[in-house]
Design a protein around this ligand. Structure first.
Ligand code: ATP
Ligand code: MG
Length: 410
């Protein structure tokens, strides 16, 4: 893609009302556009990153047997009344809307109720279980605070997976697999070493649920880290659980963190409310055991910006970067164009800064956009034998011949 054709422009300053680092950098880079507080549009560069994050998540969800579907935003209030979650006194972040005839509908903030109801059409026998389904879909929540940029949207994306099992053992087996899948996701997108599986309260059906909390000074949560086993405890349960649940260590480190994802055993809470049962081998109607597993892909993108950027801008891990190579032409139009074509032919994702602007502006924008390889083609680099390559997360650059660079990218 030629940068001269990209409709989004970078900005030197972030909007004054935007306090979070992630939104400041993402707006300045032209990745997102702020519509109103907590509501962001994804522009071409941002959408590329988001899609790549989604694909990392998809890969792991598919690997544990998840089947992808896509449910609706608009929700029938009757469904939510079955679990007593329609009332604004019970759920304080509903967005609701009306049909022309006055009937009130909800705009989904999660999907346990509609999915449990839908599954009644598809689960009837022990042969139908276990199954798990997921979606990457827009949720609406009237969040009280919206100061964390895309980490806390009022309209945001969620990957929500729901598991349906015959019994607790089968559920636990899937639950353990989901932990590994989540770890894989956070490792793949470059925040694995800062993200702790965190014990949180489990509700009626299990002692614990688990959150995946990433250390960040911008985090809204407090966690207590056990350095011996690299797990943590959530603020809400530290009163009853004063030591590490894995090793008993009482020397826990207090940290600020942001929840990247969570997994929850639901037991029969929803299956009971909707009478979601299956016939077991003896022909007896038995309640299905459920779990839910969330991750916010947009929040994850925000966390990555928040934790991996430096004073100059964003530093995208290669696997989710909008482009792999940022090619900067410094006055070598013909050579640069030729090189750009070669990269394209090889299928390398390249953003080609072919704009008629100063070298300084190109460098500053390149640092802001955070593409992993900055490649300069200039009179000087050609005289020295090729192009000047610098990785965004390193300080030293090297001159390398065009052929060697092309081969290196294989
Ligand atoms: P939090 O405590 O941070 O509000 P939550 O417990 O409400 O999170 P869940 O309802 O479990 O979150 O949602 C699952 C995942 O969706 C979260 O782990 C997070 O990654 C993401 N998520 C939740 N709320 C938002 C939001 N307002 N904006 C962006 N992502 C969100
Ligand atoms: Mg919340």
């Amino acid at each position: 893609m030629k940068q001269s054709k990209l409709f989004t422009k970078t900005r030197k300053e972030a909007p004054k009302d935007e306090v979070s680092k992630n939104a400041q950098l993402l707006i300045r880079g032209g990745f997102v556009n702020k519509e109103i507080a907590g509501v962001y549009s994804f522009l071409p560069l941002g959408l590329k990153v988001l899609e790549k994050i989604n694909n990392v998540i998809r890969k792991e969800m598919n690997a544990i047997g998840g089947q992808e579907l896509f449910m609706t935003v608009l929700q029938d209030q009757e469904v939510w009344k079955q679990t007593n979650r329609w009332s604004d006194e019970v759920v304080d972040n509903w967005f609701k809307t009306n049909l022309k005839n006055g009937t009130e509908l909800g705009m989904g903030f999660t999907h346990e109720e509609p999915i449990t109801k839908m599954m009644k059409n598809h689960i009837s026998s022990f042969k139908d279980l276990p199954i798990s389904v997921y979606q990457i879909q827009t949720k609406f929540r009237n969040e009280a605070r919206a100061k964390s940029g895309i980490m806390r949207g009022r309209e945001f994306f969620m990957k929500d997976l729901y598991s349906f099992s015959k019994n607790i053992d089968e559920h636990n087996e899937f639950y353990e697999k989901s932990k590994i899948a989540y770890k894989n996701i956070f490792n793949t997108v470059g925040i694995g070493d800062m993200t702790y599986m965190t014990f949180a309260s489990g509700g009626t059906f299990s002692k614990y649920s688990h959150e995946f909390q990433t250390l960040s000074s911008a985090g809204e949560d407090t966690i207590y880290v056990c350095d011996k086993c690299s797990v943590a405890i959530n603020d809400e349960i530290i009163e009853e659980q004063k030591s590490c649940p894995e090793c008993g260590n009482t020397e826990l480190r207090k940290e600020k963190a942001i929840e990247a994802g969570n997994i929850f055993s639901l037991g029969t809470k929803f299956s009971e409310a909707f009478d979601l049962t299956y016939k077991n081998e003896k022909g007896e109607e038995t309640l299905v055991i459920m779990g839910s597993y969330g991750i916010g892909p947009g929040r994850l993108m925000g966390i990555i910006v928040e934790t991996l950027s430096d004073e100059k801008g964003i530093v995208w891990p290669e696997i989710i970067a909008p482009f792999k190579v940022h090619l900067l032409n410094l006055g070598q139009d013909e050579k640069a164009e030729e090189f750009y074509e070669q990269l394209n032919k090889k299928g390398v994702e390249v953003l080609f800064d072919d704009r008629e602007v100063s070298a300084g502006e190109k460098f500053a924008d390149s640092d802001l956009l955070g593409i992993p390889y900055r490649v300069i083609i200039s009179e000087k680099s050609l005289a020295e034998g090729g192009v000047e390559v610098k990785k965004r997360n390193e300080t030293d650059s090297e001159i390398i011949s065009i052929d060697d660079f092309l081969n290196k990218l294989k």
